[in-house]
Unconditional design. Structure first.
Length: 417
């Protein structure tokens, strides 16, 4: 890769992430607002029968009267706002970021040769295929007889997400498994908008234009899918953030348990607020207790399963990796190994020795020649091109040492080669 190549990757990543976060803020904000609006609707004595309810709200110094029709108004206004692009751009930018970071740099973040020695194209194919299949299975569940029972459908959907998180741990790194679980849930959310909610709204509009009464089932189905989106929003956000926190993915074996706890916690928070807005502030306060227990459980599961804590407790370590699996990266010479072990491995090791570090940052391990070789591109970006690592140069890596890394990465022959 040329000298400017890593900068392209980094800037591409931050720009896509910027777009993704911006679009997600818009979409989540709209989702939360409309769920709140729907729950706050009230039907007064003089409300026309075709009106489901009215909500008065104040914001930014202005008063707003919002009316929802049971089916649709008798005539459509000239200006009708459709809420869809927030969802579409959130998914488009998120999928692009997934491709850019995890499929474009799969050796660093997605492929763990100790789990499955995949080629980059195989890992990408599995990931994309799983997202597509995940939507199809979810959609089939929602169109099955289960849809008649919202609670049962939610329970089955919950089990399905946890099962998929386990399936991801069988083929990807812990970090890749967790991010794909979040991507699956996000794909379900946007699929609901694109394949169900928007088509039903278009059919309702077409019926009004033709002078027919819209089918009430269209609105009922859309409402059910929109509610699903609302309840899984917070867990999806957690999954998206998790890739920055190795404690959540340090041990792949417990990822399904962590996913289960986070989904329960996020759903309980949303359930509280949905009932709070609907029942004039009479809400199920017990939901906070369940959410707290779920997060506390996730914390303890993650901590107890982390390699550092297992060593602290005298437990057997997680299965040792196959140190011969380096994805073909050339092994560094002894001079580089000694340098990295001194300046980097105090944190980036299975058992970090730097005070306050319990798990290697971002799950990056640099405590063997094979692991150093596997992370060569990241070392180049973080320690040679940007000097971002060590953070604040805590271990006092010198410019001469960075030059040694640069020469090794450039393929030059060092004195100890």
């Amino acid at each position: 890769m040329s000298a400017w190549g890593p900068y392209v990757w980094e800037w591409g990543s931050i720009l896509l992430r910027w777009l993704h976060v911006t679009a997600a803020i818009a979409w989540i904000g709209a989702s939360f607002f409309f769920m709140h609006l729907d729950a706050s609707l009230r039907k007064a004595g003089d409300t026309p029968p075709e009106v489901a309810g009215v909500s008065w709200q104040v914001h930014g110094g202005g008063f707003y009267e919002m009316t929802k029709y049971a089916l649709a108004p008798a005539a459509l206004p000239d200006h009708l706002i459709w809420h869809k692009w927030q969802s579409y751009w959130t998914w488009i930018s998120g999928f692009s970021l997934l491709c850019w970071v995890y499929y474009g740099q799969s050796r660093l973040f997605l492929i763990d040769p100790n789990v499955a020695p995949l080629q980059a194209w195989q890992a990408a194919g599995i990931g994309i295929g799983a997202l597509a299949l995940g939507w199809l299975v979810y959609d089939a569940l929602c169109k099955s007889p289960l849809a008649k029972n919202d609670a049962l459908l939610a329970l089955v959907g919950f089990g399905y997400v946890v099962l998929m998180s386990y399936a991801f741990t069988l083929v990807f790194s812990g970090r890749g498994a967790l991010i794909h679980t979040g991507a699956l849930m996000a794909t379900i959310m946007t699929g609901n908008v694109f394949f169900i909610i928007m088509p039903n709204q278009r059919k309702a509009v077409a019926a009004l234009v033709a002078g027919r009464t819209p089918d009430p089932q269209w609105g009922k189905t859309s409402k059910q899918r929109s509610t699903h989106n609302n309840y899984i929003t917070l867990p999806v956000i957690f999954m998206m953030l998790s890739n920055h926190y190795p404690v959540t993915f340090a041990n792949r074996a417990v990822i399904p348990a962590i996913v289960a706890c986070v989904v329960v916690a996020g759903a309980m928070v949303r359930h509280f607020y949905n009932r709070w807005h609907a029942d004039d502030h009479r809400a199920p306060w017990w939901a906070w207790l369940i959410a707290a227990i779920a997060i506390w459980t996730a914390f303890w599961i993650a901590m107890a399963a982390s390699p550092g804590m297992r060593a602290e407790l005298g437990l057997a370590p997680v299965a040792a990796p196959d140190e011969t699996a380096t994805l073909g990266a050339p092994l560094p010479p002894a001079e580089v190994v000694a340098l990295v072990e001194t300046r980097c491995a105090v944190c980036h090791a299975a058992e970090p020795v730097w005070e306050g570090i319990g798990i290697a940052p971002k799950g990056v391990l640099l405590d063997t020649p094979e692991r150093i070789a596997a992370m060569a591109p990241a070392i180049r970006m973080q320690a040679v091109l940007t000097h971002a690592m060590p953070p604040n140069n805590l271990t006092e890596m010198t410019d001469a040492e960075r030059n040694v890394l640069a020469r090794w990465l450039a393929g030059e022959k060092l004195a100890t080669n």
